[in-house]
Design a protein. Structure first.
Length: 69
């Protein structure tokens, strides 16, 4: 799920979360909380940078249906 989420953001902001994708593919990826916190912080930093800022909305519809499989 996180790979798809980061990929969706990359369709609007190229290279966002690139390091996080590498972490997710490692043999022992970090906890989900660490990845999500880093991703949110990266998006927040982009929003503060006028040269990179864009309109980005994130809607997680039916988030409760996501499974860990």
């Amino acid at each position: 799920f996180l790979s798809y989420l980061i990929g969706a953001a990359q369709s609007i902001v190229p290279n966002v979360g690139q390091d996080l994708l590498s972490m997710l593919q490692s043999p022992e990826p970090p906890r989900v909380e660490i990845i999500l916190t880093s991703f949110i912080n990266e998006l927040a930093a982009i929003a503060q940078d006028p040269s990179r800022c864009c309109i980005l909305g994130l809607v997680l519809d039916d988030y409760h249906r996501i499974e860990s499989q």
